[in-house]
Design a protein around this ligand. Structure first.
Ligand SMILES: [Zn+2]
Length: 259
């Protein structure tokens, strides 16, 4: 097995381990379509799957799946032979139901039993991509292939698989971030900025805002701006002047611009 291929599957398994508690021995739920493909491609499932997953694996199926495959036994006797090698997990269906339905019921809403599904059934795969925490395994060009965790899995985990160091921000997390920012005063303060410039007048003018204003008089020659400069540099003198309010507002603007 190529190194990149090995790394990929380990990365995915680690993702499922970290976020959903998948562990060895992996429970691989195998259906008729997978066995049919394995038979066709001459794949030894019992050898190849644990090797590919680089760990212990329980290979499992259900009675419903076996019965379904038996119905097409003439076409799929090889698949049936493979299927019967595996352990049978009790699905609880007294009357056998179609294999794909049985698998969906086995996995349920949360895939609590941590099944890895081995199937070539595209409809079934598509349905399970919408559920978080369902690893999909199939044969691709004769090779077992574990699919990259679905978007549903990544969203549930709050993590992207491309770069584990970056957080994937889901909508709920985004909301939480917004409220946190608001609480910290980083974002969307509408009335508080009016208070801050007043405090700054009493203490000292903001050096950043002073720098900006020093640059302006050189280029601009408007009388209102030069008056503002004096107000800022002289501090308390400014208060006695008539143009109190516009200065506050302008300072406010410059403070917010500096932020
Ligand atoms: Zn069943």
């Amino acid at each position: 097995m190529k190194i990149t291929r090995y790394k990929k599957v380990q990365k995915y398994l680690k993702f499922y381990y970290n976020n959903f508690g998948f562990h060895q021995p992996y429970q691989v739920l195998i259906d008729g379509t997978f066995c049919f493909a394995a038979f066709k491609e001459q794949i030894n499932v019992r050898d190849q799957l644990p090797k590919y997953l680089n760990g212990q694996a329980k290979l499992l199926t259900t009675r419903c799946i076996i019965i379904e495959t038996e119905k097409v036994a003439k076409k799929a006797h090889g698949a049936l032979t493979i299927l019967k090698q595996f352990g049978i997990h009790e699905c609880g269906h007294k009357e056998p139901i179609p294999g794909s339905h049985c698998i969906l019921s086995m996995i349920g809403k949360k895939n609590d039993k941590h099944y890895i599904l081995a199937s070539q059934d595209r409809d079934l795969q598509e349905k399970l991509r919408n559920k978080p925490s369902v690893p999909l395994l199939y044969l691709h060009n004769k090779s077992p292939t574990l699919e990259k965790p679905s978007k549903a899995s990544q969203e549930k985990a709050g993590q992207t698989i491309e770069a584990n160091s970056f957080l994937f921000i889901s909508e709920t997390q985004n909301e939480a971030l917004k409220t946190m920012k608001q609480a910290l005063g980083i974002e969307e303060k509408i009335e508080e900025p009016k208070i801050i410039p007043k405090k700054k007048k009493i203490r000292n003018p903001n050096p950043l805002s002073c720098k900006k204003k020093k640059k302006k008089p050189g280029t601009a020659s408007k009388p209102s701006e030069s008056a503002q400069d004096k107000g800022v540099s002289e501090g308390k003198v400014r208060k006695r002047k008539k143009k109190k309010i516009p200065k506050h507002l302008k300072q406010q603007l410059s403070v917010s611009a500096a932020m």
